[in-house]
Design a binder for this molecule. Structure first.
Ligand SMILES: NC(=O)c1ccc[n+]([C@@H]2O[C@H](COP(=O)([O-])OP(=O)(O)OC[C@H]3O[C@@H](n4cnc5c(N)ncnc54)[C@H](O)[C@@H]3O)[C@@H](O)[C@H]2O)c1
Length: 292
């Protein structure tokens, strides 16, 4: 019989008051796609908790507007124009972040290529652009950040994917396939970079009320979508930002390689109308309230 020697258990002295105390104070984050929607909300939340933010976006005026707003609210942020599908832009944005803050602890990537088109019609140049923006770019981006993340005391990467990359989404062209690839890519990053203590996670938004959602989904469909969301409403970009910033923070120190939904229950609601009923539970509640 082999004898086992008991090693001493490490002491768990992680701070308990993380909800009250910022754990990202002084950390620098490069937030790609930070000029609008969830990326902008993430920039605001990261900065509001004492983080240093580089807002990077294809549309420089949007990135600058978000950075100016953060600064006006007492936070630290600067902006840079960048196209995540362009390797030179990636190098420039990473360098500018490190030049400005002397460090890079967190990468959050919310930029996306999106299009509505049937697979039988999709233009293969669009298909290639989709993969360049949603998969190849994020890989090059993470690789460019890697030397700096390795020096951080608590490095983290958060990618924003979609339910379209988990289930199917008809007429979404290459969007779903690229988001699926981004989820798998993130898991591989998590495994390969765990030795450097770099955590890599994915957030999966349900329907979040952003400029993109309003552009891609028709208003009547958006209204109808709410019926399928158990919590009865679209999500706020700031709700996704809370999840992304949590995952990027030391509060999530043992979470890596995960794809986490923030969708008001939409992702588990295949049976929208409960068994034996003709209305949702929320509709019953509303009808009863209007009748009483
Ligand atoms: N809104 C939703 O309901 C929803 C649902 C599922 C997934 N998502 C995902 O959430 C993320 C954020 O979406 P959003 O709704 O906040 O969109 P948004 O359009 O409001 O913001 C996306 C930002 O990314 C920027 N961007 C686009 N292409 C870029 C590029 N090549 N390089 C750099 N920046 C680029 C845009 O200029 C924009 O500012 C996306 O990855 C999207 O796929 C959104």
């Amino acid at each position: 019989m082999t004898e086992t020697t008991q090693s001493e258990a490490p002491v768990d002295n992680r701070p308990l008051d993380w909800m009250r105390r910022s754990t990202i104070e002084g950390f620098a984050a490069l937030i790609v796609g930070g000029g609008s929607g969830m990326g902008a909300a993430t920039a605001r939340t990261f900065a509001a908790n004492g983080g240093l933010v580089m807002v990077a976006d294809l549309r420089s005026e949007h990135a600058e507007r978000v950075a100016a707003e953060v600064v006006a609210n007492g936070g630290k942020a600067i902006a840079i124009a960048m196209d995540v599908s362009n390797p030179q832009d990636i190098e420039r944005a990473v360098k500018a972040t490190v030049d400005a803050y002397g460090r890079l602890d967190v990468l959050i990537n919310a930029a996306t290529w999106s299009q509505n088109a049937l697979l039988e019609d999709v233009d293969m140049a669009d298909w290639a652009n989709a993969f360049q923006t949603n998969v190849h770019g994020p890989l090059l981006l993470a690789r460019a950040c890697l030397p700096y993340l390795r020096k951080s005391p608590a490095p983290a990467i958060v990618h924003v994917a979609s339910l379209a990359g988990v289930v199917g989404y008809a007429r979404k062209s290459a969007y779903g396939p690229t988001k699926g690839a981004l989820i798998t890519l993130s898991r591989q990053m998590a495994l390969e970079w765990a030795v450097d203590n770099i955590r890599v996670n994915v957030v999966i938004p349900g329907t979040i009320d952003s400029p993109l959602a309003r552009k891609m989904i028709k208003p009547e469909v958006l209204a109808d979508r709410q019926r399928t969301i158990p919590l009865g409403r679209l999500g706020f970009p700031s709700e996704m930002a809370d999840l992304a910033v949590f995952l990027a923070s030391p509060a999530a120190s043992f979470i890596t390689g995960q794809a986490i939904n923030c969708c008001g229950g939409f992702s588990i609601n295949s049976f929208v109308v409960p068994a034996g009923m003709t209305e949702t539970l929320r509709e019953v509640r509303q009808r009863e309230a209007s009748e009483s």
